[in-house]
Write a protein that binds this ligand. Structure first.
Ligand code: GLA
Length: 386
């Protein structure tokens, strides 16, 4: 039986009704980290790891959820007049359902079984995949055509306003709108996208460090505050109107660095230089210049490590190990930070050796067993045959 057949069989066994099935992928970000909530540029791709659900509508307003990953089950009622976060996995589903309702969608109750292959804490967007698949399922069960850009916005809103994580739009957007064989360069202000084909001479290789530092959520929100502080301090001194760090060039920042506390300056420097790197990276890939793309990935990592301070010892190690392997164009941390995964661009013929050498060297250095795998960009959210 395929994974989906097992999931639908388990659903029938549990709920006794016939489900429909849906999937939404996790993602890897090639370059452009923490730029999304600064109205900037990012370049993620959807990957093979995905959240799947089997789901059937109910006649009432209850949503019953079962996770095949953990065996946990939970439920909530859409009619609850005062839903509160419970600080567990149900919040992503509850938050998404709430935002759909607030946006005016007439969804009804449902029985839902989740099976996700996106590792939690891997920096590969397990929560965005969950939100997007839940939103897609609830809309589809209600017979509502899904606007995948709107769905991404509502998933982000669920995180921001219900879960309490002030994330940007990147993860939900790529999970909802991924394109086979392509990364997407997303302008997070206009939400315009450009499909960036992945050069067939290279592969995207993800390495999950298997570490995730617990303070990640709080530190993430703190970084966002630093960016807002930077904008507030720079705006009065600049001749042009700035709404976000997207509107600040590296030259403008340098000219006015005296206005900022040292740490805020470094946080802003990461963002403004990262935006330039994403634009240059898209250009490099379009020209087939893999060396230039890799150098930008390397520079991005240093900027995250030293200016934005979102890396950690294990991730730095993994990046150092990756970079010295034959056939590697570049390597960097991917995702929110403080653990999670790295992404490397590796010559297609070198991938096999890269994978095993990186695993071995990382184990020898840290005692952790990294999961290292090459991935191919996948489509965004959609239905699955059950
Ligand atoms: C997390 C957030 C995204 C983005 C990345 C960093 O994955 O959910 O919105 O900010 O971190 O690039």
């Amino acid at each position: 039986m395929s994974g989906t057949e097992e999931l639908s069989a388990a659903f029938r066994g549990r709920f006794g009704t016939e489900p429909a099935c849906y999937r939404a992928p996790g993602r890897v970000n090639l370059i452009g980290e923490h730029t999304d909530y600064n109205d900037g540029f990012v370049m993620p791709a959807a990957i093979e790891y995905e959240a799947r659900v089997a789901a059937a509508p109910r006649r009432d307003t209850r949503v019953r959820l079962v996770s095949r990953n953990t065996g946990d089950s939970t439920e909530f009622d859409l009619a609850d007049p005062d839903p509160r976060p419970r600080k567990d996995w149900s919040d992503y589903a509850r938050g998404t359902a709430l935002m759909l309702e607030r946006a005016g969608y007439a969804i009804s109750g449902a029985d839902i079984m989740l099976d996700s292959s996106v590792p939690i804490g891997s920096g590969l967007s397990s929560s965005a995949a969950f939100e997007v698949v839940i939103g897609y399922a609830l809309l589809s069960l209600a017979g509502i055509a899904v606007d995948t850009v709107e769905l991404a916005k509502l998933g982000q809103k669920a995180e921001n306003e219900f879960v309490g994580m002030r994330c940007g739009i990147m993860d939900q957007f790529i999970s909802a709108n991924g394109a086979v064989g392509h990364a997407l360069m997303i302008d997070c202000r206009s939400l315009e996208t450009r499909k960036v084909p992945i050069d067939s001479r290279a592969r995207i290789v993800v390495a999950n460090s298997m570490v995730h530092h617990a303070h990640a959520g709080g530190e993430y929100n703190k970084r966002r505050v630093s960016c807002e502080q930077g904008v507030a301090l720079l705006a009065p001194a600049l001749e042009t109107d700035i709404k976000a760090l997207r509107d600040v060039t590296p030259e403008m920042l340098e000219a006015h660095k005296a206005l900022l506390p040292e740490e805020t300056y470094r946080r802003c420097r990461h963002i403004v230089t990262e935006n330039v790197r994403v634009l240059n990276a898209a250009e490099a890939l379009a020209k087939g210049n893999l060396g230039a793309f890799g150098a930008l990935m390397d520079a991005s990592h240093l900027s995250m490590r030293d200016d934005y301070e979102i890396s950690c010892a294990e991730i730095d190690r993994l990046v150092e190990i990756a970079r010295v392997q034959p056939g590697v164009f570049g390597s960097r941390m991917t995702g929110g930070g403080f653990g999670g995964s790295t992404v490397s661009l590796v010559a297609a013929e070198a991938v096999e050796d890269f994978t095993s050498a990186t695993r071995d060297a990382y184990f020898a250095a840290t005692g952790h067993r990294a999961e290292v795998f090459a991935c191919s960009p996948q489509a965004g959210v959609g239905p699955l045959a059950c």
